[in-house]
Design a protein around this ligand. Structure first.
Ligand SMILES: [Zn+2]
Length: 738
């Protein structure tokens, strides 16, 4: 065993030595980081991060009673106001910083890192690879947007996270618990003693968790806003809801007859409004600098009672106005700010098995501006409005949201959801850099430098996953970070900086080419002719669901979308040509990977090879499915004209054979293999990599198309339906729908 491991050990030793040499060369010989003894904890954290990046021990961080200009090999950290002796060396550089940026001034073989405030030094630490070894010109970085908010992801310390993403506000999770004990004691009195004790306990432990989070954020000199999701008291707490109805029986709402939207409370009822305010106030009082709220999915005030309909409520725009006003009135006495997210899906959509009547963006619910108009117009400008850049739920390469830029005088935030949600959940390499680049520029033009940007990073429905550690998709967060500070930055340079740090200078150019190709390839694999796909990337299980999904990018409602759906032979060919192009791009990705392999670490090469294979096999199946969908739609149209085209069915039979052959090849892996982005080997993942099965959709497409053809062709000329048991091979049985 030992002998067998020797070459590997020698290889690792050489690698460690080389990395050490590279760090020394890149580090311009920095050996010590000096900061004031009483420096803010964010600056101390920045100093430790810098030492780590330089390969120095923590003892290289040197707190000093009085700061002096740097000697050779020293980095001196200062924040405004800089002490006079150091500040004199900065010249006019600080004047270039309008927001919470930083500047590095190189001096005598050392450097002064100056920040407008303590967290600025964390941003400088995050960027260290970019500025160390530079000079003599000062390096100046000031964020383009005043406000940069990021949802929690991963388990690294907040200071390190802030350094990496360049944000100044952390958005938390739904935390803590409300009892209503002090705010509505008559409601609390209705609870059983056991429930009362349980709610108090939950509130105590929640408060402790929130306090720790607030402290950690303040130590990093950033704000913390907990998330209050949805607006449904029944879902927030069924015990409290039942108790509320005992005290305020008229507070109960009356839902619409066939709507996903519920009506736990009726906002026309003064008691209901009082309860809502009390809940929000107590929730926000648990801790944090403000509140982050979103009104969809668990929205519980779509009441259709006579009072609401007669009194002007009962419609989404009026309800939203009433809700946001109630929240504002709850938070204002606490001097807490609020960020309201305008997310609503583009069209009526599915959540699980349920059809969601969510309004907005040009469907029957009206446009975003119609939906949010009353909130924007009538409520105080102190309420910050956050809108996704996507004019739909997160979708591959979606159109831009026309609501952005419409919310003045409110501060506006543009939101990106970088979770791989609609592009294969980040199992595949799936860059979104080009999309982030153009949407960032457009967002800055619309919301302005005093506006904000928001990032929701992660890997939807993945377990054990850390996007920041992903050697394929962390580029999406890195590019967002760089572009949110400088929307006009050179995107190719961003790619090079990111790839060189991970893969080294020789492999990096090939990896960059491969991953750049992944953006159009993945977008169009999931979005046939620009139309929509499953919000969580899974294979749809039936035709009805698949045709619903076509609406998701909202192009369905545009002339271009309707043209793409016309049942013509030309459109079938367009789908085939599009998917063939995707597969060619994936083949090119594989070739670039082969060129990079000799200069990569073996585990990096193995990981990318596995994930490229996952993408390729998925692409082959997606091609057959989409092609068959368009053939099916063509045959359905012909059947309505009492005619048919049996050739289409033959092509669909070939697609079925392809899908059957490739179904077992989807997501092949060695259980012992370890990816950069997972904390365990693939065999130990809590969620097994999968996007479900294409079998049942293909079966339904074929069998239904066969019936259409059968209306015009004698049965003996038809192939047997796939639904018959004899078509089920032993391998296919048991691997069908999951
Ligand atoms: Zn009502």
């Amino acid at each position: 065993m030992r002998l067998k491991n020797l070459p590997r050990l020698a290889h690792q030793l050489v690698l460690v030595l080389l990395l050490g040499l590279c760090a020394a060369a890149r580090g311009a010989g920095y050996r010590q980081i000096v900061l004031a003894q009483n420096a803010h904890p964010a600056m101390a954290a920045a100093a430790r991060l810098m030492a780590g990046k330089l390969g120095l021990p923590e003892t290289a961080v040197a707190p000093a009673a009085t700061l002096a200009p740097p000697a050779a090999g020293q980095i001196v950290l200062v924040c405004a106001p800089a002490p006079a002796n150091v500040g004199a060396l900065l010249g006019t550089t600080p004047a270039a910083l309008k927001h919470d940026g930083y500047a590095v001034v190189f001096q005598n073989g050392g450097a002064i890192v100056y920040g407008t405030r303590p967290r600025s030094l964390l941003f400088a630490a995050g960027d260290m690879d970019l500025w160390q070894g530079r000079g003599p010109e000062p390096w100046v970085r000031d964020p383009a947007f005043a406000l940069r908010t990021v949802s929690l992801h991963g388990s690294r310390p907040i200071a390190e996270y802030v350094a990496a993403v360049g944000a100044n506000l952390i958005l938390g999770r739904y935390e803590g618990s409300v009892t209503l004990e002090k705010t509505l004691p008559q409601v609390f009195a209705q609870l059983s003693p056991e429930t009362q004790r349980q709610l108090r306990r939950q509130q105590q432990s929640g408060a402790a968790r929130i306090a720790r989070m607030v402290q950690e954020c303040h130590d990093a000199d950033v704000e913390y806003y907990p998330l209050l999701y949805g607006n449904d008291l029944q879902r927030w707490s069924s015990e409290l809801y039942n108790a509320v109805l005992k005290v305020f029986p008229k507070a109960q709402g009356q839902p619409a007859p066939t709507s996903w939207e519920t009506a736990a409370l009726c906002l026309s009822d003064p008691g209901a409004r009082q309860v809502l305010r009390a809940y929000v106030q107590e929730f926000a009082s648990q801790g944090g600098d403000g509140l982050y709220v979103t009104f969809w999915d668990h929205y519980g005030v779509h009441c259709q009672c006579d009072r609401c309909r007669g009194g002007g409520l009962g419609t989404f725009p009026a309800e939203l106005r009433a809700c946001v006003q109630a929240y504002y009135e709850a938070l204002e006495p606490l001097h807490k700010k609020m960020i309201v997210r305008t997310w609503s899906s583009g069209v009526p959509h599915w959540l699980g098995e349920r059809w969601v009547h969510a309004p907005g963006n040009g469907s029957f619910g009206g446009t975003g501006a119609e939906l949010w108009g009353a909130v924007i117009r009538d409520l105080p400008a102190a309420i910050t409005i956050q809108t996704k850049v996507y004019n739909s739920d997160c979708q591959p390469d979606p159109p831009f949201n026309p609501l952005l830029g419409q919310a003045r005088p409110h501060t506006e935030i543009a939101e990106w959801q970088i979770t791989g949600q609609t592009t294969g959940r980040f199992y595949f390499p799936a860059a979104t850099v080009a999309h982030t680049a153009w949407t960032m520029k457009k967002s800055l033009a619309l919301v302005g430098p005093e506006g904000g940007v928001n990032l929701f990073p992660g890997g939807t429905h993945q377990s054990n996953y850390d996007l920041m550690a992903d050697i394929a998709n962390s580029i999406n967060v890195y590019a967002w970070r760089q572009l949110s500070w400088r929307p006009d930055a050179n995107v190719d340079q961003i790619w090079r900086d990111w790839a060189t740090a991970i893969y080294g200078p020789k492999a990096a150019p090939h990896v960059v080419k491969a991953l750049q190709l992944s953006e159009p390839a993945v977008n169009r694999l999931f979005s046939a002719l620009g139309l929509g796909s499953d919000t969580n990337s899974g294979f749809p299980s039936n035709i009805e669901r698949r045709e619903t999904l076509l609406k998701y990018t909202n192009r369905y409602y545009l002339p271009e979308g309707q043209k793409a759906l016309e049942p013509t032979l030309e459109n079938i060919q367009r789908v085939i040509a599009e998917k063939d192009d995707c597969l060619r791009q994936i083949d090119q990705m594989v070739r670039e990977l082969e060129l990079a392999k000799p200069d990569m670490r073996p585990e990096q090469a193995a990981e990318l090879a596995t994930r490229f294979d996952w993408l390729r096999e998925f692409g082959i199946v997606a091609r057959s499915l989409d092609e068959s969908l368009w053939r099916f739609r063509y045959l359905r149209h012909l059947a309505q004209q009492q005619t048919t085209d049996p050739e289409q069915l033959k092509c669909m039979a070939q697609s079925w054979e392809i899908i059957k052959a490739h179904r077992p090849r989807l997501f092949r892996f060695d259980p012992a293999q370890k990816f950069s982005c997972y904390d365990v080997p693939l065999g130990q993942l809590k969620t097994k990599p999968s996007l479900g099965s294409p079998i049942s959709l293909m079966r339904e497409l074929f069998d239904t198309a066969r019936q259409y053809v059968g209306a015009s062709v004698p049965p003996e000329q038809l192939p047997p339906p796939l639904g018959t048991p004899k078509e089920k091979t032993p391998a296919a049985v048991g691997t069908e729908e999951q």
